[in-house]
Design a binder for this molecule. Structure first.
Ligand SMILES: [Zn+2]
Ligand SMILES: [Zn+2]
Length: 277
């Protein structure tokens, strides 16, 4: 049974996540989650005050088995430079998501100094957006792979969050993704790409996340896709990839269906390898 979770958002996160530490601690105990980590979002330094608040709340509520981490986004040096110069207009909660140069250098917002200062025990890094390109299947596969590779090889990132998670255009009337970019058939992403990603993870001692809330249990994804995705995880495991489990809980309470997730992962003999205990 799943008893760890290294991707959880609290009410300090910038994206509407709303669970206070007190609720997480109580519910984790009830659900038998013994080993877990909080990971609020950092897209750019604009989000630093959220993390500082989260760290203060963590210290106030600290219990054995609970760890302090962060979820960084893959962003670009272009937007980080613009933000540090104050050269932008409008809301930058999620960085600057339009107008940048194509295939510009990728970056994360934190460095070793920041990690030390806030006692960050682990870093989860995620691909969240297509970088300044036209939405096509080809561009999405190429750019998401480029970002996943960047995160897998980044010395400060321990876990690559939700590889091939996608949110953007192409949702249907039923509020699901069933077509582009890879939800009609996940095998449009060739094994050569998976192999390259697997090698990068293994060489850098990085973990591939199994994301429960946003992928495995997500109502936005079809059952057909989920089976293909679990098949892909099984393939990654056969290549020697190590996994970390993350609920990616964004809710007011810790209402993750670990039982259902466990049944799905069990069928493919997939378990978690990551632990800070
Ligand atoms: Zn994420
Ligand atoms: Zn997350």
């Amino acid at each position: 049974m799943i008893n760890n979770d290294y991707h959880i958002h609290t009410n300090n996160s910038c994206d509407g996540a709303s669970m206070p530490y007190e609720v997480l601690i109580k519910k984790a105990k009830e659900k038998g989650i013994k080993d877990y980590g909080v990971t609020d979002h950092i897209h750019t330094p604009y989000n630093f005050p959220d993390i500082i608040k989260s760290h203060q709340a963590f210290l106030k509520n600290k219990v054995p088995g609970m760890h302090f981490g962060v979820e960084v986004s893959s962003v670009t040096t272009w937007e980080l430079n613009k933000i540090s110069k104050g050269d932008y207009e409008g809301n930058i909660t999620y960085g600057i998501r339009e107008g940048g140069p194509k295939e510009t250098n990728l970056a994360i917002a934190i460095d070793e100094v920041f990690i030390k200062k806030y006692d960050i025990e682990f870093v989860v890094g995620g691909t969240h957006w297509l970088m300044y390109q036209e939405y096509t299947r080809e561009n999405l596969i190429k750019d998401y792979h480029r970002q996943n590779m960047f995160l897998a090889t980044h010395p400060l990132v321990n876990i690559v969050a939700h590889p091939w998670w996608y949110m953007g255009p192409y949702k249907n009337k039923e509020n699901q993704y069933a077509t582009l970019p890879w939800f009609d058939d996940f095998t449009v992403i060739p094994n050569s790409i998976h192999k390259e990603f697997a090698n990068a993870l293994i060489e850098n001692n990085s973990y591939h996340e199994i994301n429960l809330g946003a992928i495995v249990l997500s109502p936005a994804y079809t059952e057909k896709f989920k089976v293909q995705y679990l098949d892909y995880l099984f393939y990654m495991k056969s290549l020697g990839v190590k996994f970390s489990i993350g609920s990616d809980c964004h809710n007011a309470t810790y209402d993750i269906n670990f039982k259902k997730a466990n049944e799905m992962l069990d069928e493919f003999s997939i378990t978690s390898d990551f632990s800070l205990l």
